[in-house]
Design a protein around this ligand. Structure first.
Ligand code: HEM
Length: 389
């Protein structure tokens, strides 16, 4: 059975989420020492761009691999080489799963699963097979951890989870009042959720940022000017520089808004009957938060289809409050726990690229700004050129 973190509710969800957030923090999540892990990966990624020598390149797979390696190093305790066949298969399977255009519909209307008994027109059977396959790959990694587990030397998230499970089992043996805890059965699901959520989301956001910069050369120029004025042309910008780079922060916020990679968040279930604007919403209903509508609210984001980072700046070029209305990570108790990591990754990758390269279209026309909707909204494949400034 697949449980993970994003799917359950109630006590099981709470136990999974609390444990997961604490364990991720222990391994550097949201802390400054994440910076060196991300920068190590930025360097590998920049080597890929360097090797293209200004020729057109579709960087989708490289971006996904680079971003994925960061969550892999926290959860699995290691990064993979980009030509590692196992890693390539993981990334490919994940991409195929999340890009199925019918998957959101099947999530919202679960009865559609029955259609797959007649024919797999919606590709759901294919998705079930992909999840099985991905889980089997997670199981292999977990098995390897169990073989080499040492509770005095925790290497990563999987080890921390194994220890937590072991401790709860010991305690429950001596305690007649059993309580919900991370269970070993669910480890594959949790690890797969973290791998999926930590890979696809940020990678798609970086790919959107590049599209917007190529489509808006004036924004690219302004961003590069800010970086060279504040940081200089030869140094990699660091997280400490962030407060002095308001235009850069605005470009990232505008990418999160317009890129809008999870337009309908995740479906939530109503736990009690309630009334909203005279509509009765009974307990058990599935509610689909329309994040997309909030990100295109014309009163707050005038000319909302336009990529305009300056909307987050006041007359003195300082950040204003309107960026707090960009709810790409959702709100409330289920708000995305990966926000701070995602923002660090976006900042370090984007600034490394723009400090070093001018990004140009492959030919006459810039890449298409229409994306494709699966579980996430990601860009259609494109190629661009990275040319020394
Ligand atoms: C630009 C990047 C990202 C965006 C826009 C994003 C957005 C979201 C959104 C909208 C949700 C649904 C929240 C809800 O149910 O109300 C979510 C959930 C989640 N995200 Fe992210 N996310 C991003 C990156 C990440 C990263 C890097 C991780 C790494 C661990 C992550 C892990 C999760 C998890 C585990 C959940 C489920 C939380 C729960 O149900 O309690 N996300 N994210």
């Amino acid at each position: 059975m697949y449980i993970g973190i994003a799917a359950p509710s109630g006590a099981l969800w709470k136990a999974q989420r609390t444990f997961t957030i604490n364990a991720l923090r222990h391994f550097g999540f949201g802390k400054r020492n994440m910076e060196s892990k991300i920068l190590e990966e930025v360097e590998f990624f920049m080597e890929v761009l360097e090797s293209k020598k200004g020729r057109p390149v579709n960087i989708e797979t490289s971006v996904r691999e680079a971003v994925s390696n960061i969550i892999c190093s926290i959860v699995f305790g290691k990064r993979f080489n980009y030509d590692d066949k196992i890693f390539q298969k993981l990334i490919k399977d994940l991409e195929e799963l999340l890009s199925n255009p019918y998957l959101p519909m099947v999530n919202w209307i679960p009865y559609l699963h029955y259609v797959s008994y007649i024919s797999d027109v919606l590709g759901t059977q294919k998705c079930i097979d992909l999840v099985k396959d991905l889980k089997a790959q997670m199981a292999n990694i977990i098995e390897e951890h169990k073989r080499t587990f040492d509770e005095d030397d925790l290497r990563d998230f999987i080890d921390a989870y194994l220890l937590e499970w072991k401790n709860h089992t010991r305690e429950n043996e001596n305690n007649s009042q059993k309580y919900v805890s991370p269970s070993e059965d669910n480890l594959e699901g949790v690890v797969l959720d973290l791998f999926g959520a930590g890979t696809d989301t940020t990678a798609s956001s970086i790919l959107w940022a590049i599209i917007y910069l190529v489509n808006n050369p004036d924004v690219q120029e302004k961003l590069r000017n800010e970086l060279t004025e504040v940081v200089g042309p030869n140094r990699q910008p660091l997280l400490n520089d962030r407060n002095n780079l308001p235009y850069c922060e605005s470009v990232i916020t505008e990418t999160l808004r317009l890129g809008n990679i999870i337009p309908f968040s995740l479906p939530h279930t109503v736990t009690e009957d309630f009334v909203l604007n005279n509509y009765r919403i009974p307990k058990g209903s599935i509610v689909i938060p329309n994040i997309n509508a909030t990100l295109h609210e014309e009163n707050i984001f005038p000319d909302s289809n336009n990529f305009d980072p300056s909307r987050y700046l006041d007359d003195n070029g300082k950040l204003n409050k309107s960026r707090e209305n960009v709810m790409s990570f959702s709100l409330g108790r289920r708000v995305c726990p990966g926000e701070s990591l995602a923002r660090m990754e976006l900042f370090l990758f984007l600034t490394a690229i723009v400090t070093r390269y001018k990004i140009l279209p492959e030919g006459q026309l810039p890449p298409n700004i229409e994306g494709k909707l699966g579980i996430t909204y990601s860009p259609t494949p494109y190629s661009v050129r990275f040319v020394d400034w």
